[in-house]
Write a protein that binds this ligand. Structure first.
Ligand code: GLU
Length: 366
């Protein structure tokens, strides 16, 4: 029987003591206990994405804040070992073996490394080990950072083709208004489609401990649902929250997986890969891509940004400057620049190969 795969992400504030900032053994035990409870039936394969390293390290070092990147990196080096040690102990009591996986953004950007990481996850899950993932904060400088574990968790869910991503935090879901200041605020139970309205609801961030907030959770939900993953945002403090979410209880906010999901390779292209340039398309090209499922041809490109060779990954921009997807180009930036100078003489552009072939393109949902 195919076991359902889930990714559970727990935020720093859900693992630390609000006063001391230290890791809270009770909170860690609650997460471990819940996961252990759903694992014995072997009906689920679970990956845990856990924050808390920087917060725990900061408290252990007696620092009131970590402002600079080296301070955060140092705090995470101290805190990550405390965090994994605590999980190790809690899961050992439940007879479970855990594994630590620390990732950076650049590990995911390279297709070969992405596939390698997937193989590692497959091997661990096959051996009934619970992988516990965090960003490798100690070596992650700004350019290669995820910056928040919500995006990291969404990419892990995409990587292992999970069915459900559960984001546990200190708020019990997405609200119509900020519930801390507006008594009229209502929790949204189900989101069928993440549109601009939903994105604006994420504006008010929740917690002061982690780096996330609602905005990064909605962005994570957007990434994961586009790849066919159901996403839930719920409170880590809700009793038995993980099992109840899996049973379909109406707690938290659930974001429906999209039916027109991207396949695994396109999901990586859309969300894992890093673009090195931008192609600005005219309206005709956008409509050919969106409506007719066509490839991108040279006459449809108005402008180019960046220096890249053929085979590079670029953002595909509509005439209003909105990124509608990504693709792998068949021409260098130099050649494409030249093509744009020939736009008035379209005949000369006819018969050229596709600039981005349909099979090398991932369009984001509208
Ligand atoms: N990786 C960070 C940590 O473990 C947390 C990032 C986040 O809060 O999203 O402390």
């Amino acid at each position: 029987m195919q076991r359902a795969r889930i990714v559970v992400k727990v935020g720093s504030s859900s693992l630390t003591d609000p006063l001391s900032g230290l890791l809270s053994p009770d909170k860690v035990r609650m997460v471990a206990g819940q996961l252990a409870a759903i694992l014995p039936g072997a009906s689920h394969e679970v990956v845990l994405v856990s924050s808390g390293a920087i917060a725990a390290g900061r408290a252990r070092l007696g620092w009131s804040a970590t402002r600079t990147l080296p301070e955060k990196q140092a705090a995470s080096a101290v805190g990550q070992s405390l965090l994994i040690e605590m999980y190790q102990r809690e899961f050992a009591c439940q007879g479970r073996v855990v594994a630590q996986i620390l990732l950076t953004r650049s590990d995911m950007e390279d297709r070969r490394r992405f596939v390698n990481i997937r193989n590692t996850f497959e091997t661990l899950l096959g051996a009934n080990v619970l992988p516990i993932v965090n960003e490798n904060d100690t070596v992650s400088v700004n350019e290669i950072r995820f910056g928040d574990n919500d995006s990291l968790a969404a990419l892990v869910a995409i990587l292992i083709c999970a069915q459900h991503l559960i984001l546990l935090t200190d708020i019990d879901g997405l609200y119509t208004e900020d519930p801390r200041s507006d008594p009229q605020a209502r929790r949204i139970v189900e989101v069928a489609n993440i549109d601009d309205h939903v994105r604006t609801l994420g504006g008010a961030s929740g917690s002061s401990v982690g780096t996330g907030g609602m905005r990064t959770k909605i962005r994570a939900a957007e990434m994961a649902t586009a790849s066919g993953v159901t996403v839930s945002i719920a409170s880590a403090g809700e009793p038995d929250v993980i099992r109840r979410l899996l049973l379909g209880d109406q707690i938290g906010t659930r974001f429906a997986a999209r039916q027109d999901r991207l396949n695994a390779r396109r999901s990586w292209l859309a969300h894992g890969s890093r673009s090195v340039g931008r192609l600005f398309m005219d309206e005709g090209a956008v409509s050919a891509l969106r409506r007719s499922g066509g490839s991108l041809l040279a006459p449809g490109i108005e402008r180019i940004e960046g220096q890249f060779d053929e085979g590079a990954i670029v953002d595909l921009m509509d005439p209003r400057g909105k990124c509608i997807g990504k693709g792998i180009v068949s021409f260098s930036a130099h050649d494409l620049e030249y093509f744009t100078t020939l736009r008035s003489k379209r005949d000369q552009l006819r018969g050229l190969p596709e600039v981005v072939h349909r099979n090398d393109m991932a369009l984001l949902p509208q």
